[in-house]
Design a protein around this ligand. Structure first.
Ligand code: SF4
Length: 346
């Protein structure tokens, strides 16, 4: 099975920037970014992030807002905060040297079993298996394992962990781990797996989708934002607010002023977008307002030029709205951190 998978991988793998390096720091950054984020989105951000923070030391010395700005658009900002925190810990507690084994890597903030195994196997050839959702799906389908009334998800997961560890190639663990993740991402996909081109089709007991536990249905919700603009000598300026540092969701990030239901204007929104956060699908209405019609701020509120706005740590939703409104360009341009903007407090 190992050689079938590796032969397929060397023939079919996608050419991705993090596959051209054995630098554990770069592999770590890519693995953290790839959690819950599509490869196409990660490619640009990965390159920009490493251009701005090419080493663990440079990341450790950076300000949090600069790190978050480079993470903008990837979502799940806790990952960026933990990456930053771990870089600082490596500099202060590990003499600037990243641990080399999966067991030691797991001691760092934000590095769990999956990430530790990926870094240790790819950068240091430690034969330790990665098991994420993709790998679990592939191996469960191969064996025909699924949770049901008498077998819990945890029991299936334990069997998958053991199977994964037995399969990992001791001579090429990094390539093997990348290969099985690639198989799950491109061939043995959640819907309509491509069994006809699968290197493991002859060993697979299900040859297709198999029973998996039903996911909870997404909830729905509504958010109303105010878009307040003015023209100045430096171009269009936008009112933005900073989320409180104590907020459990996206603390410290910038967004448009939020209007409560009672403050919702009667006029039609200038823009409506859909946006999913966690398990909720939101309908987001954006109303154009004059500055004097904004409710009293309870948060830090500032005028920012469009250029400043595009280079700070915006929430993913704020970036989406400002991009759709034609005020900023996509974060492909966020590679260079703008100097700290001088801002007028409203
Ligand atoms: S044969 Fe089909 S179901 Fe089985 S591992 Fe391959 S792609 Fe997945």
């Amino acid at each position: 099975m190992r050689s079938e998978l590796l032969t397929w991988y060397h023939r079919s793998r996608r050419d991705l920037p993090w596959r051209h390096t054995s630098d554990p720091y770069a592999i770590w950054v890519s693995e953290i970014m790839l959690q819950q984020t599509r490869v196409a989105v990660v490619i640009d951000r990965y390159t920009a992030f490493l251009q701005s923070f090419p080493t663990i030391q440079s990341l450790a010395e950076a300000g949090e807002q600069d790190v978050l700005a480079l993470w903008s658009g990837l979502g799940y900002y806790r990952r960026a905060r933990m990456l930053h925190k771990a870089a600082k810990a490596i500099v202060s507690d590990y003499n600037g040297q990243m641990p080399t084994t999966a067991a030691r890597l797991r001691e760092l903030p934000g590095i769990g079993s999956y990430t530790a195994a990926a870094i240790a196997s790819i950068a240091h050839s430690e034969p330790v298996a990665v098991v994420d959702g993709n790998v679990e799906r592939v191996l469960s389908r191969i064996q025909g394992w699924h949770s049901h009334d008498t077998v819990s998800e945890a029991a299936v997961r334990r069997k998958v962990d053991d199977f994964a560890q037995a399969l990992v190639d001791p001579r090429h663990p990094g390539d093997y781990n990348q290969a099985i993740m690639e198989l799950g991402a491109t061939v043995c996909t959640p819907r309509n797996p491509q069994c006809l081109v699968c290197p493991w089709a002859s060993e697979c007991r299900t040859l297709g989708e198999h029973r998996t536990p039903k996911r909870a249905a997404m909830k729905t919700g509504e958010i109303v934002y105010a878009l307040v603009l003015r023209e100045s000598s430096s171009g269009t300026e936008i009112v933005l607010e900073q989320r409180a540092a104590t907020n459990s969701v996206m603390p410290g990030l910038w967004e448009l002023p939020v209007l409560k239901p009672a403050q919702k204007p009667e006029h039609e929104p200038m823009l409506t977008v859909r946006h999913a956060i966690m398990q909720v699908n939101y309908t987001v209405h954006v109303h154009a307002l004059d500055a004097q019609d904004l409710p009293e701020p309870s948060l830090e509120r500032r005028w920012m030029s469009a250029e400043q706005a595009s280079s700070i740590a915006l929430t993913g939703l704020a970036r989406k709205i400002l991009t759709k409104a034609g005020l900023i360009r996509t974060s492909r341009n966020a590679a260079v951190i703008a100097p700290s903007p001088v801002l007028e407090v409203l």
